[in-house]
Design a protein around this ligand. Structure first.
Ligand code: GRE
Ligand code: ZN
Length: 258
């Protein structure tokens, strides 16, 4: 299986479909969300389960494409409600960022790009494991959160940022000493969000994701985002890892107004 990347000279996004056919599918992510084209809805309350406890262990890995965190909790972290029929169990979270503070998010809002985006990935509890879920069109939910730059460091992200120096090279891992609650990572309000059906934004680009993009951004300082850009991929510096936006192809995008 060929690797993929974000720059010419490696298998860059325009060429992903050469190796991964599904990346040229009709219902791909990310997309540009135009607020004047969304359908306003009032969905049932989005519910969070077991999000107030600290993890028993947290592993942080540079996989050459992103920084991924695996958090182990005594009780499973889950979400339900909103647009979701069954409950979905938390599996991992990771980040996408850009070369500078004026771009980096994957989904855009009114063609606006935020400097970074967090993906919290959840797997459908109707299926035995995530591998099976990846074969079903309702297999995954991703909670997407946008970051905006502020003067102050965000203390919730200090431990992650301070550990990045230990995972500079691809395939390096480390453990966090403290970790964080899932609640501490959510924006101040989770009532307002956009939701649509799309795909993984990395190969194999499987069209199995219900996206939930929170309207309210979270705050990070320039120096905190900059630390992510210092990581290395197999080919060089991992300065950016966001896929360009894909065609909407007539898909509805809903805006939950709570
Ligand atoms: C990714 O690799 O970026 C990814 C996943 C799962 C869901 C969404 C997503 O691994 O963007
Ligand atoms: Zn992602």
């Amino acid at each position: 299986e060929q690797s993929f990347g974000y720059d010419s000279g490696e298998l860059d996004p325009p060429h992903w479909a050469n190796e991964y056919k599904t990346c040229s599918g009709k219902y791909q992510s990310p997309i540009d969300i135009e607020e004047n084209l969304v359908t306003k809805v009032n969905l049932p309350l989005l519910r969070f389960h077991n999000i107030d406890t600290l993890p028993t262990s947290t592993t942080i890995t540079n996989n050459g494409h992103t920084v991924v965190l695996q958090l182990n909790y005594t009780a499973p972290v889950m979400i339900s409600g909103g647009p979701l029929t069954p409950a979905y169990r938390f599996t991992q979270l990771h980040f996408h960022w850009g070369v500078n503070d004026s771009l980096g998010s994957e989904d855009l809002i009114n063609n606006h790009s935020y400097p970074m985006e967090l993906h919290m990935v959840f797997s459908n509890t109707d299926y035995d494991d995530e591998k099976i879920a990846l074969t079903k069109n309702d297999g995954l939910v991703v909670l997407a959160m946008f970051f905006e730059i502020t003067e102050e460091d965000n203390p919730v992200y200090s431990e992650i940022v301070n550990t990045l120096g230990q995972i500079n090279m691809p395939d390096q891992s480390s453990n966090l000493q403290v970790g964080f609650t899932i609640r501490s990572m959510l924006p101040e309000s989770t009532e307002l969000y956009f939701t649509y059906k799309g795909s993984l934004t990395t190969p194999p680009c499987l069209e199995v994701v219900t996206w939930i993009d929170f309207k309210h951004p979270i705050q990070l300082s320039h120096n905190q985002v900059q630390a992510f850009r210092m990581l290395r991929s197999k080919h060089g510096q991992l300065t950016h890892n966001s896929r360009p936006v894909q065609e909407l192809s007539g898909r509805p995008v809903w805006y939950n107004v709570g």
